[in-house]
Write a protein that binds this ligand. Structure first.
Ligand code: APR
Ligand code: ZN
Length: 317
């Protein structure tokens, strides 16, 4: 930023440059993380308000955790399903949904995909086209059988609670029910607090309807230590690496970029000459002021900034 330039001038200069490139772009990717759903009321994972601040990921989001205490893990995921179902998609989700529809339309020469690390289902509930939405970490609303012999998967199961025994655990996990807040905290949204919950037997948890031996169903999300679904990753790789021309623009929305392979996509797009636009509440100043080559940074709530930045292409949201 030049000494005479105010932050709002910088923002409008950046926005103008970005929008010129946006309108010229024929191939666009959005890489989405938890920050997109913050204004819908869902927590992120890292940072002072993040889920992993109060919850231990090793105890709740690994295959070992499920093996040791499936009742505990199911209560955590039942609570996350409940919270995601109560949340509504925001304008950021709707903006990407619009882009996805343009990316599919025969009248448009734009090709587009959203790669989301979010499992909250808000993108698909916002009307995003199925064909160009890649939920690489799975979905809270998919259920999979745990038996190696069985490939039962139940997609888009929105039943809540999934079993009678899981019914009251949602409220136990709800931070507003069981955490005393100090006066200071009442003003800010707080990260959820993990509280001791009841012990559940396997019989009280979701069971596979196909397996005769009552194998457990598990949440259809990718846990720490697990591989991402190969077919999906191959499709994303093909979109980025081949399938005609290189990607012109990657929108990096509300993600800390700490998890592979999501964090590799930006460099891969850049290597092939594509440009990057970051939408995040926390961005290095050099990026915000336009000092980093081929990268724009829009600092703030993605739900507000995305519709504004994409408006020349998608219209009013
Ligand atoms: N608008 C835009 N960005 C925001 C907002 C907001 N309103 N609020 C927070 N952010 C940003 C934060 O600054 C941070 O960079 O969102 C990012 C969230 O980062 P993480 O909590 O690390 O979430 P994410 O990047 O999605 O995590 C990736 O890690 O634990 C795993 O499986 C989990 O899918 C998740 C993956
Ligand atoms: Zn089964």
């Amino acid at each position: 930023m030049r000494p005479s330039e105010s932050p709002s001038t910088t923002m409008s200069t950046q926005l103008k440059e970005f929008q010129e490139h946006l309108l010229k772009s024929k191939k666009i990717v959005a890489l989405v993380g938890a920050g997109l759903s913050v204004s819908s009321g869902l927590p992120t994972f890292r940072g002072s308000q993040g889920l992993w601040k109060n919850f231990n990921m090793i105890d709740l989001a690994t295959p070992d955790a499920f093996y040791i205490d499936p009742g505990l893990v199911w209560q955590f995921y039942s609570w996350r399903r409940y919270t995601a179902l109560k949340a509504k998609p925001n304008k950021g989700h709707y903006a990407l949904a619009k882009l996805s529809q343009m990316g599919k339309s025969p009248q448009s020469d734009l090709t587009y995909i959203t790669i989301t690390q979010n499992v909250d289902g808000l993108s698909s509930r916002s009307g995003h086209c199925k064909e160009n939405l890649y939920e690489i970490h799975g979905s809270l609303f998919d259920l999979k059988c745990t038996s190696f012999m069985c490939n039962f998967v139940d997609h888009n199961n929105f039943k809540q609670p999934l079993t009678k025994a899981l019914a009251d655990t949602e409220e136990e996990f709800d931070p507003s029910h069981n955490r005393k807040r100090s006066l200071d905290e009442q003003e800010v949204s707080i990260s959820p607090q993990f509280n001791p919950v009841k012990t559940l037997s396997e019989k009280e948890l979701p069971q596979c309807p196909v397996c005769k031996d009552g194998s457990l169903l598990r949440p259809g999300v990718v846990w720490f230590g697990e591989s991402l679904p190969l077919s999906l990753i191959t499709k994303v790789d093909n979109f980025i690496e081949s399938e005609g021309s290189p990607v012109d623009l990657i929108l990096v929305i509300g993600t800390s970029g700490t998890v592979y392979p999501a964090n590799s996509y930006v460099d891969r797009v850049k290597l092939k000459g594509g440009k990057v636009a970051i939408f995040n509440t926390d961005i290095e100043n050099d990026i915000v002021v336009g000092k980093v080559k081929d990268t724009w940074g829009f600092k703030g709530d993605a739900a507000e900034l995305l519709p504004l930045a994409l408006k020349p292409l998608i219209g009013e949201i």
